[in-house]
Design a protein around this ligand. Structure first.
Ligand SMILES: Nc1ncnc2c1ncn2[C@@H]1O[C@H](COP(=O)(O)OP(=O)(O)OP(=O)(O)O)[C@@H](O)[C@H]1O
Length: 323
């Protein structure tokens, strides 16, 4: 049973000495909370009760295969679609009933950013900066320079990647408290991707929160603090990148001095997908390696090669229906 707060206070030495009690540090309001978020399109259930909590000041990766519901979630957050049921709040503002206040907190990059084709990048961004207010043109110029964007070209004449840069500049230019980015690196070349990841890290350093969907798991791994993996409109797993990695199976090669003792290895806890080539046993391991090592040791181990799992392994394990 939890200890009652009054009991804790009675034994507080500061309290016993008659000193003033120190008020607990205020807990920062989450940047984003969704509860039971559901969206149905006629016969299709795009989202089916999505619960998310994104703390302030983190980079949150939102992953899932094609059709999982990522864009639908993000469009609801951006006020472009209404949930069939459930709620979403941005810094406490309901995205439906308090839409304007929620939108003021956001920088949003749609997955299919096109903008106004007849305007140049400069005209487009000037227009959006006026509508939004409080945008420093120096910041716009700096963002454009960093991403290698030519502001004088018409959007309609830009390549997909260059148009995406305009989309990124408009999302970042007003230094929003929450960036919601749908596939932000789609179409960007590797140098621009790197610059973009730098911008995300800087936004976090400055106290901002970034919620981004992506198919590029290595990128998410490089920049995200927390991740949710979505499948068929439901959150399958959520946690820190480190926690998720620990869940995934490691792939291990054990080289023996003689033929690999497959029968002994197969019985060790956590061993899966066992096979051998020559003197090497290949397997995947779930959890601790202790049982595997005790089973293998009597047969003479010459070498161990362990491939640490990455987010891609977590992702593939989940979709292979593994625990
Ligand atoms: N306007 C719509 N009308 C009907 N069905 C829709 C609509 N928008 C999305 N859907 C369906 O909702 C489901 C989720 O789609 P969504 O675009 O959110 O997935 P996603 O995770 O963003 O996929 P991707 O990675 O391919 O972009 C899909 O089955 C999709 O076909």
């Amino acid at each position: 049973m939890p200890t009652p707060a009054s009991a804790v206070r009675r034994h507080d030495p500061a309290h016993a000495r008659g000193q003033a009690e120190v008020a607990p540090a205020p807990v920062a309001e989450p940047a984003l909370v969704t509860i039971g978020l559901t969206k149905r399109f006629r016969g299709t259930s795009a989202l089916d009760g999505v619960d998310l909590e994104v703390p302030t000041g983190v980079v949150f990766g939102y992953l899932g295969p094609n059709g999982a519901g990522k864009t639908t979630t993000i469009r609801i957050l951006a006020g472009l679609a209404r949930p069939t049921a459930g709620t979403a709040r941005v810094f406490g503002h309901d995205v439906v009933s308090d839409r304007e206040a929620a939108q003021r907190e956001l920088g949003y990059l749609p997955g299919d950013f096109v903008g106004y084709p007849e305007l140049t990048g400069r005209e487009h961004l000037t227009y959006l900066a006026r509508v939004r207010g409080g945008v420093s043109w120096r910041r716009v110029r700096r963002l454009a320079e960093r991403l290698g964007l030519d502001l004088d070209k018409r959007l309609g004449a830009m390549s997909h990647g260059n148009r995406q840069k305009v989309g990124l500049v408009q999302a970042f230019m007003h230094e929003p408290r929450l960036l919601v980015l749908d596939e932000p690196t789609a179409g960007l070349d590797p140098l621009v991707r790197r610059e973009f990841l730098g911008l995300v890290r800087e936004a976090r350093q400055d106290g901002g929160t970034v919620f981004l969907s992506s198919h590029v798991l290595s990128e998410v791994e490089a920049v995200a603090d927390r991740v949710a993996i979505l499948g068929s409109g439901r959150v399958l797993v959520t946690g820190s990148v480190e926690e998720l990695r620990r869940r995934a199976r490691r792939s291990i090669d054990l080289v023996f001095v003689g033929p690999p003792p497959l029968a002994a290895l197969r019985d060790a806890a956590g061993v899966h997908d066992l096979r051998s080539t020559g003197r090497t046993a290949h397997l995947t391991l779930e959890g601790s390696a202790a049982a595997l090592m005790s089973a293998a040791a009597p047969y003479g181990i010459e070498n161990v090669v362990s491939h640490e799992p990455d987010l891609e392994d977590v992702f593939l394990d989940l979709y292979a229906g593994r625990p």
